[in-house]
Design a protein around this ligand. Structure first.
Ligand SMILES: [Zn+2]
Length: 408
């Protein structure tokens, strides 16, 4: 028997749970994937903050990309709450078990006075400046807008942080935070190219900010002129999308790791020693964290820093750029990161080696048990550490290889 639109709508309403805009706005962040199923031109007028956009016409083809887990809660919305009902039926047919449709749609959302975002449209100047990005399909104007809205935190405006700061700024990463409490010394200039001879004696965050602004005036630089510690780490890293770690002590790395895992922020870690460098990306819960690899710091005498051991100036330059490459991929959501892989670089042989890294199922920071304990307000104990025990790879996560590690 043929069915009218009214029949189909009635049927959909019996099958699909409806939620109001207020209920959707009250959902804690991250509990449901919110999908806007309207057309492109409607999306451009504004959308619910954090929503993904999959036009109803592409739903079957594209929904698995934004909602890979069929049991995760999904809320669909359109303009008035009709198209999203039918789209939700389709998703149910595809095996999604928890799909709701937002009644009254985006109109209802706006009528309720709830906040909405508008997609960034690039200015003429931005289209010129980033034209080589816009030509790449994987970046394009959407990716560039994403970079412009992104926030990257660089810990240490030194050898690794220098190329990172410059290339992130050039790429149009809209906000760059810099954590450093040091001043520019003439011995830094052999590798810390964000600084200049004329700025010796200036605060590093200030000197780096001048260089960033000269390259790309539209970048907002946030200077954190303080030493990263347990007391300020949560405040400093809050709101950043990615962290580039150029820190130089085990203590700081542990503090940063623990806070970043808890906050769910990826950390791209690099370190250098004479002609060698190493790099990995810690994506919380996707790969190991720093504590999975190094449950305890090695004795300081096994881990000399650059000021003691020296470093070929170009090595932090190369590693800092590879960190930046990882950061751009994380921000754009493209490619494969080094999560679960450690890359070693030997400058004398021009050789890259890769090691697989393992998560520690008993890690005191990123294991299921640790997450549950944190949620219950009683985090698991971690190994105590000396005040300034620097560097060196121990071998726990590394299949027996020992590699030195030191400051940039
Ligand atoms: Zn871990």
């Amino acid at each position: 028997m043929p069915k009218s639109f009214a029949d189909l709508l009635r049927e959909a309403r019996t099958q699909i749970r409806e939620v109001t805009p207020l209920e959707v706005s009250a959902l804690p962040k991250g509990t449901a994937v919110i999908v806007d199923v309207r057309e492109e031109y409607e999306w451009e007028q504004g959308y619910i903050p954090g929503a993904e956009h999959v036009s109803k016409g592409y739903l079957e083809q594209a929904i698995e990309e934004v909602a890979p887990d069929r049991d995760q809660p999904v809320v669909l919305y359109c303009a008035g709450g009709i198209r999203s009902l039918f789209a939700a039926q389709t998703m149910q047919e595809m095996g999604y078990t928890d799909v709701a449709s937002m009644s009254a749609g985006f109109q209802g959302w706006k009528s309720a006075g709830l906040p909405f975002d508008k997609p960034i449209t690039l200015s003429q100047d931005q289209k010129q400046r980033y034209s080589r990005h816009l030509l790449i399909p994987e970046v394009g104007s959407a990716g560039q807008a994403r970079l412009l809205a992104s926030r990257a935190l660089i810990i240490g405006a030194g050898g690794l942080g220098s190329p990172a700061a410059l290339y992130l700024a050039a790429a149009g990463v809209g906000t760059i935070g810099l954590v450093d409490f040091d001043i520019v010394d003439v011995s830094n200039l052999q590798r810390q190219i964000v600084h200049t001879t004329a700025r010796v004696g200036e605060r590093k965050v200030e000197s780096a900010s001048v260089a960033i602004k000269a390259l790309n005036p539209e970048i907002e630089v946030v200077a954190h002129e303080e030493m990263l510690g347990a007391a300020n780490v949560e405040r400093i890293i809050a709101g950043y999308d990615v962290i580039l770690d150029g820190t130089d002590t085990f203590e700081t790395r542990y503090i940063l790791n623990d806070a970043a895992v808890a906050a769910g922020i990826p950390v791209i870690h690099a370190s250098v020693f004479r002609f060698e460098g190493q790099l990995t990306t810690f994506v919380p819960y996707e790969g190991p964290c720093y504590r999975c690899l190094y449950p305890t710091p090695p004795p300081p005498e096994l881990a000399p820093g650059c000021s003691v051991a020296g470093v070929l100036g170009v090595v932090p330059g190369i590693l800092g750029l590879l960190q930046t490459n990882e950061a751009l991929k994380v921000l754009l959501g493209i490619g494969n990161t080094l999560a679960g892989r450690l890359m070693l670089f030997d400058a004398l042989e021009t050789e890259f080696t890769e090691l697989q890294l393992r998560r520690d199922p008993r890690c005191p920071v990123c294991s299921d048990e640790a997450v549950a304990a944190r949620a219950a307000g009683r985090p698991l104990a971690t190994t105590a550490m000396g005040a300034d025990a620097p560097f060196l790879l121990t071998t726990t996560g590394l299949a027996g290889t020992i590699s030195p590690e030191a400051r940039a």
